[in-house]
Structures are given as C-alpha cells and as structure tokens.
Ligand binder design. Structure first.
Ligand code: TXA
Ligand code: MG
Length: 313
C-alpha cells in the first residue's frame, strides 16, 4: 500500500523536472538559500516568478546549470571566468558573463541585458533537478521581494510555496547567505555581491578585483533588502528594552538567539536569515545584532545586515 502511494506521488526530482517542462514553478533547494525555479527559456514561466515574488522586472535572474560545459553553452567564458568556474563550481559563486544563447535564457530572465548570471549549485538535489530537466533553470531566492531569503524548506514554502506546482525538500541550507556574484564584463572583474566565496578567495585566483563602474551594476541590490518586519540595528553591544539581541561569540546575549556562540562566521551565516524570521515571530520592538568581524565571510554577513537595517543605498 505504502509502495503504491509512493509510486503515485512519484520521485520528487522527476515531479519537479516535469513541472519545469510544463512551464510551472518549483521550490528548489540549493546550498545557499532556497530558490523559486522555472525553465529559463520560457518567458511565461519566468514572468510567473516575477509575479510570485513581487520582483521588479529590471532585476535579472541567475541561470542555474548542471556543470561548466552547460554554462559555456549559454554564456561566453574568458580565461578568468573559466579559472573561477574551475576553482569554485559546483558551489556558491555566480559569474556575470556575456550571454551566448538568448533563447535558452530568455530576455525577461536577463532583464534585457547582454550579460547573463550563471552558477552551478553545490546542492546535489538542485543539480539532479537541473540534469533531469535538461536545460538552464532560473531561480531567484524563494522569498517575496525585499524579505530575507528562506534557508529552510518550511520558510521557502511559507514565502512562495503557494506559487509552486512542486517542491523539493533539501534540508536546511548549509551556507545560509546567497551566492557571491562576480562580474567579468568588459575585461574587468568586480564583486557585485559578497557571499561565502570570499573576496580573498577570488583574488587568489584572478588577482586584485576592479572597482566596477559602468556595466558593473547589479540591478537587484535595492536599498532595503533581506529585511525582517522588525526594525534592525547593527553593531549593538547591549539591547534596548523589548529588543531581541542576536549575539556573536561567547557571552554575548541569550545563547538561544546567538548567531554563533563560539564566534564562527560560517555558523553565523547559516543561522542569520532563520534567526531573523524566528525573532520576527516574537514581534519584538526591534532586532539588534552584535558586531560581526568584517574579514572573510564577515563581509557578506555585514552586507546583508546593513541592507536589512536600510543603511545601503
Ligand atoms: O545563492 C543564490 O544566488 C540564490 C540561489 C537560489 O541560487 N539565488 C539568488 O538569486 O540569490 P537572486 O535573484 O535573489 O539574486 C540574483 C542577483 C541579483 O542581485 C541580481 O541583480 C544579480 O544577481 N544579477 C543577475 N543577473 C545579473 C546580470 N546580468 N548583471 C548583474 N547582476 C545580475
Ligand atoms: Mg534574492
């Protein structure tokens, strides 16, 4: 009986791939955050993502592929792009490179740009869905626009699950912050969004990063982003009455609300968005966050904190 029911429900990977082929949306686990996925070449399906997230259409999506070969079918890689792909894929690095195949990653997915953001996710379930589907899959974080990215299956379902025809549970996301985004347009290498592949790790492969400039904007980096409902204050050593303090390191705040009791940046990144959501549910006067070191992965954590607090334009 149980066996029969399983057959009826089908293997979640097959069900997800079938939904993508059908032009439907899928909740996709990745190692960074959960995504809301669609066939990158289907403008109607891609439009449904923008609709479900309330995302402005000028903000392009990341095309997820199964391996470096599939990436080079849709985009043009120079030596430095290839070196970064070889060093960090599969994994939490997105490369912005010139588009090669404008049909398989449609205009709407790229927000009309001549470039495309590509990554090979580290999560094996994500790659299984993409391989079974057989083409590039666009997947923004599965939150509604402006809210913290979901890092658990339950949080993803709560955010945009109602818009998805199928959902794959990949467990809690190991990394917890979105991928590092690096642009390689116009012969420059620029960091558009810090993530768990650090600035230092990228520079070890391609040398010093450029400062960006024209052509190196990331259209999606809105002022208030990754924000819970409660007001956020950063670099706080003591909470005010009614605030929840997210601590970092030994003896800072209530251990229940600590990003990492031992002061470990990887653990803090993995806990950040989940603790934002859990703190929000308590309806505090505010969420205060202890100082986090800015080195390594700390750059990405501090970037998300500043945006949650509305400190970046
Ligand atoms: O970890 C991640 O990257 C997750 C998981 C699901 O893979 N996805 C994710 O997607 O964070 P999203 O859509 O929330 O963020 C994509 C970022 C945005 O800041 C967007 O503006 C930027 O990548 N982006 C995409 N295409 C771009 C392009 N052609 N040029 C510059 N920035 C681009
Ligand atoms: Mg996002």
């Amino acid at each position: 009986m149980r066996q029969e029911r399983q057959d009826l429900a089908g293997d979640p990977i097959d069900v997800a791939a079938a939904a993508l082929r059908n032009g439907e949306l899928v909740i996709l686990p990745t190692e960074t955050v959960y995504g809301l996925a669609a066939d990158a070449g289907d403008p109607r399906a891609v439009a449904a993502i923008f609709e479900a997230k309330g995302r402005p259409r000028f903000n392009p999506l990341i095309a997820h592929v199964a391996d470096g070969g599939a990436a080079e079918e849709i985009a043009l890689f120079d030596d430095r792009a290839r070196a970064l792909a070889d060093a960090f894929w599969p994994g939490p690095l997105t490369l912005v490179v010139p588009v090669r195949d404008r049909r398989r990653v449609c205009d709407l997915a790229r927000a009309g740009l001549d470039s495309v953001a590509v990554r090979v996710p580290g999560h094996v379930r994500a790659r299984e869905v993409i391989t079974e589907f057989g083409g590039p899959v666009v997947a923004p974080s599965a939150n509604r626009s402006g809210r913290p990215s979901p890092t658990t299956f339950a949080d993803a379902m709560e955010e945009t699950g109602s818009a998805a025809a199928s959902a794959v549970d990949g467990g809690p996301c190991a990394v917890g912050v979105e991928s590092t985004v690096v642009s390689l347009i116009g012969g420059k290498v620029a960091l558009l969004r810090p993530g768990s592949v650090t600035r230092e790790e990228i520079e070890a492969v391609v040398g010093p990063l450029d400062h960006g400039g024209e052509g190196h904007r990331s259209p999606g980096r809105l002022t208030l982003h990754y924000a819970p409902d409660s007001p956020v204050r950063t670099d706080v050593k003591t909470a005010r009455a009614g605030e929840i303090l997210l601590g970092f390191g030994p003896g800072v705040g209530d251990p229940r609300w600590s990003l990492s009791p031992t002061g470990d940046l990887r653990e803090a990144a993995a806990n950040l968005f989940r603790l934002f959501r859990e703190a929000d549910r308590e309806k505090p006067k505010g969420i205060a966050v202890a100082p986090i070191p800015t080195r390594g992965l700390g750059e990405a954590i501090n970037d998300r904190l500043k945006r949650a607090a509305g400190h970046i334009g």
